[in-house]
Ligand binder design. Structure first.
Ligand code: NZQ
Ligand code: ZN
Length: 377
């Protein structure tokens, strides 16, 4: 077992915590509040932010899209530069937070921030970021990941930067109550697949990582089963489970896969399908094809997560598929697009992005991707 671990993001969890930003951001900072399509103006979050920033100088930039684009974010950078800001407050879900990370890391760069995504520019300084989380799913509020789309080419790519750890993240579960069922389902599924990406690999015997992953998966299955009876605790549990699934902890020192995500990102980039839905489409078919190499962990998951008594790993895959179906997710790409060139386009982009032999054992090549997509169409 070998790893280095530090997660520096301060988490303020609980109802009524948004007011904390007044003390968490120093008043000598000029703040750029970044948000999405306006949900925060309907559910009272914007008012709380405004109230809490009354002693700060601040500006706002709205309109960051789900699957945020570099085209929009470059405008946010320009706006921030014009106003000489030195702090970004992201108020939103994964898209706004990822967008804030892009803005922060590209802020002091004279070229196009997309160069970061292509590995042509590595930031050496960045703006500081604070977060008010409004959608529990990605874990972006306390990790270094950021996934950005280039509209012009329909490419969706990710980058990590040490500057992307937010200084703080405020997690008030009450804020989740204005989410529609589609987004709540997305949250459960994204967190579930994040955990699977770090768990359904090979047997490694790292007990804390396996046990904690299984706890998170059991929790998410419980939330799926009690979806119709959501109470305060349900929302709080979702918010914390989703955070724990991708704040770095369960992945320490263990093999990781992420192939479902890489394929899913191309589907979101090309067709704008919700991130979590691309995962629900791809993952059961990927697991079916790789069932031999993932057999041990699937059986362990069957026993420890689903309380199954089986020696047939495909039954565990079916259990996962049925979980997604129980949340009313359409598991076919053809329900989202009628493009007949899906396979060609996805495989071309994966190759362009360097994903030629991927998955935790490097066994997913173009032939396997084609088979996964044929099953998913
Ligand atoms: O834009 P607004 O009007 O705010 O509406 C949003 C958006 O339409 C709405 N919403 C958010 N909070 C709300 C709300 N509506 C009502 N009440 C609230 N409290 O929800 C919609 C979706 O928001 P979005 O931020 O796109 O969702 P999510 O948090 O699922 O983020 C998805 C993005 O994160 C990336 C995905 O690829 C995708 O681009 N990911 C980021 C990761 C990371 N940084 O670590 C990891 C993930 O695997 C993922 O790839
Ligand atoms: Zn994800």
């Amino acid at each position: 077992m070998q790893f280095s671990y530090k997660n520096p993001t301060l988490i303020e969890f609980g109802q009524g915590k948004i007011e904390k930003i007044s003390s968490l951001i120093s008043t000598d900072k000029k703040v750029l509040v970044l948000y999405g399509g306006g949900s925060i103006k309907k559910n009272g979050v914007y008012e709380q932010v405004k109230q809490s920033l009354k002693n700060h100088i601040w500006f706002e930039f709205g309109g960051v899209e789900p699957n945020p684009t570099k085209e929009t974010l470059n405008k946010a950078i320009e706006f921030g530069k014009q106003n000489d800001v030195d702090y970004i407050l992201a108020v939103g879900g994964g898209s706004v937070i990822d967008g804030a990370k892009y803005v922060a890391n590209a802020f002091y760069y004279d070229g196009d921030g997309w160069d970061i995504l292509e590995g042509k520019y590595t930031p050496s300084k960045a703006l500081e970021i604070g977060v008010i989380l409004t959608l529990a799913a990605t874990g972006s509020e306390s990790n270094t990941g950021s996934v950005i789309t280039k509209n012009e080419t329909k490419e969706k790519r990710f980058f990590h930067s040490p500057f992307s750890y937010p200084k703080f993240a405020i997690l008030d579960p009450d804020v989740l109550k204005s989410l529609d069922e589609r987004q709540l389902v997305n949250g459960v599924v994204d967190a579930f697949v994040h955990t699977c990406e770090q768990y359904i690999t090979s047997k490694h015997g790292l007990l804390a990582q396996d046990g904690y992953s299984e706890g998170i998966l059991r929790g998410l299955v419980h939330l799926a089963h009690t979806f119709e009876q959501r109470d305060d605790l349900w929302y709080a549990n979702l918010m914390w489970l989703a955070n724990q699934a991708l704040n770095g902890l369960i992945g320490l020192g263990v093999p990781q896969d992420w192939a479902t995500h890489y394929i899913g990102h191309e589907l979101s980039g090309l067709y704008g399908i919700d991130h979590a839905r691309t995962l629900a489409i791809v993952q059961p078919n990927l697991l079916t094809l790789l069932v031999d190499e993932k057999k041990d962990k699937l059986l362990q998951m069957g026993k420890n997560v689903f309380d199954m008594d089986t020696i047939e790993p495909l039954e565990v895959v079916e259990k996962i598929r049925n979980l997604y179906k129980s949340l009313n997710i359409d598991l076919k790409i053809s329900s989202y697009t009628n493009d007949d060139k899906v396979i060609e386009k996805v495989t071309t982009l994966l190759e362009k992005h360097g994903f030629t032999n991927f998955g935790d054992k490097g066994s997913i090549d173009k032939t396997v991707v084609v088979k996964i997509l044929e099953k998913s169409i």
